[in-house]
Ligand binder design. Structure first.
Ligand SMILES: Nc1ncnc2c1ncn2[C@@H]1O[C@H](COP(=O)(O)OP(=O)(O)O)[C@@H](O)[C@H]1O
Ligand SMILES: O=c1ccn([C@@H]2O[C@H](COP(=O)(O)OP(=O)(O)O)[C@@H](O)[C@H]2O)c(=O)[nH]1
Length: 432
């Protein structure tokens, strides 16, 4: 494979095994943050030889030492071989919608393949050491998805000249690399050319809605045109069957038995909110008797947290695929997120919550309530042993989420040891 010295117009991303189940949030994040879209993708399991070859600099390059944080080591090789990885080829490609609109003629080509894109890409990935990334670039992929230097979540070529040869080392089938080049070229022409391909794409998708929206905007001349347009387009999208989330999204957290479900039921009765309990979704999945259901059953009995991607997918389906979301004033997400990765992934896949209710209650009171609940709940985890484990999980894994959320949104701490009525009297004030 010949090496190109110029930017080939795409980037190579290896989502490492520790982040494999978070590939969708990673790609969604790259797309939302900087418009990176996928050109090709493949799941692989690395052998140590292949991983070593990928992580070693090219012989021709050895005179140019790689930056410290890019130097590979055997730990990184071992980390890459720990499980499945995803290789993704991404390209920055935003259809030049505004160009088509404003020119009314042939669109002016947008420069999508400049070296600036590469710089932006490296910034999006962040420093290889996730601890450093969290300090210096907290919104980078490695800050959000990495664990430690070897398990940094994602790997990417260290400079543009390496991309082509790295690609060849990634894909087992050499012809796949040629196919990728061809796809990049076609996507590039569609986007940068701005001619018939881009126009036909736009006319078959959004042109009519956008044109109508702009004419209505001119008629309405609202004080906040952007907000007005945003609301109009969201409404139009939902009418086309692309459901959207309700206007208000609230996380409801607290230890097991703190009274989350009880207070949610009150809010539903008074305000008509939609109550979505992550625990209920998981318990419903157990009833399907699928393999996934069996895993969930076991984890709930153990008081452990079910892998985030499972819960997130159940929630996503419930929230996004449901057709009735427009009618409700808001949704209460009960018992989620329970771990840091869930909080980040939810935001990437859906959106940031508006605020969080956090019910604070002593373990003694929560245990008393759970044991009382066990008489009628039929829940396999309402027993002294599971309760003890759930308390531990709550302290170790869920409490850090509260601290994380406090940096991102308002978290209302509600003393929950009082009677149901007294607690609710305080809660309802937040929704008036
Ligand atoms: N403020 C309260 N005082 C006394 N009992 C309560 C209170 N809030 C809830 N309960 C009871 O405690 C048990 C656990 O409440 P629940 O709402 O199911 O908690 P969570 O959803 O946080 O696990 C239930 O049996 C419920 O009736
Ligand atoms: O996002 C979630 C929500 C729930 N659970 C599991 O479901 C159990 C019950 O959660 P629920 O919110 O229904 O009840 P709580 O423990 O708060 O009483 C928890 O202990 C976890 O094992 C989970 O893994 N992820």
């Amino acid at each position: 494979m010949t090496q190109r010295t110029t930017w080939p117009g795409f980037v190579l991303l290896v989502i490492q095994p520790e982040a494999f189940y978070r590939k969708d949030p990673i790609l969604a994040y790259a797309r939302k943050t900087d418009g990176w879209t996928e050109v090709a993708r493949q799941t692989v399991v690395w052998t140590p030889e292949r991983a070593r070859a990928l992580l070693s600099p090219e012989p021709a390059e050895t005179t140019t030492p790689a930056p410290d944080d890019e130097v590979h080591n055997e730990q990184h090789v071992a980390a890459l071989c720990e499980g499945r990885s995803e290789i993704v080829v991404l390209r920055r490609a935003t259809p030049p919608v505004e160009m088509v609109f404003l020119s009314n003629e042939e669109a002016t080509p947008l420069e999508q393949t400049s070296a600036t894109d590469w710089k932006r890409w490296l910034e999006l990935c962040g420093p290889v050491d996730p601890a450093e990334a969290r300090a210096l670039a907290p919104r980078s992929l490695r800050a959000l998805f990495g664990v430690d230097k070897a398990h940094c979540g994602v790997w990417t070529s260290r400079d543009v000249t390496q991309i082509t040869s790295d690609l060849a080392k990634c894909f087992h089938d050499a012809t796949e690399v040629e196919r990728i080049y061809e796809r990049v070229r076609v996507v590039g022409e569609q986007v940068a050319g701005g001619g018939s391909a881009a126009k036909s794409y736009l006319s078959s998708t959004v042109l009519e809605t956008l044109t109508t929206a702009l004419s209505r905007l001119c008629m309405a001349q609202p004080a906040q045109p952007l907000e007005w347009l945003g609301a109009y387009l969201q409404e139009a999208a939902s009418l086309q069957g692309h459901a959207r989330l309700p206007p208000r999204l609230v996380f409801v957290l607290g230890g097991p038995g703190a009274g989350k479900g009880t207070q949610c039921a009150r809010l539903v009765a008074e305000f008509g909110f939609w109550h979505v309990s992550a625990g209920d979704l998981l318990r419903a999945e157990i009833q399907t008797q699928s393999e996934q259901g069996q895993l969930i059953d076991e984890m709930i009995r153990q008081g452990a947290i079910v892998p985030g991607h499972i819960t997130l997918e159940l929630l996503r389906k419930k929230l996004v695929d449901a057709g009735s979301t427009l009618a409700v004033p808001g949704v209460l997400i009960d018992g989620f997120p329970r771990a840091l990765d869930q909080a980040i992934d939810f935001e990437c896949l859906l959106r940031r919550a508006d605020f969080c209710l956090f019910f604070e209650c002593s373990e003694a009171e929560m245990e008393r309530r759970l044991l009382q609940r066990s008489r009628s709940s039929g829940r396999t985890d309402d027993n002294p042993e599971s309760i003890r484990k759930r308390f531990r999980t709550f302290i170790e894994t869920t409490m850090p989420v509260i601290e994380f959320l406090e940096r991102r949104m308002r978290v209302h701490r509600i003393p929950a040891e009082r009677s149901v009525d007294e607690v609710y009297a305080q809660v309802r004030q937040l929704f008036l």
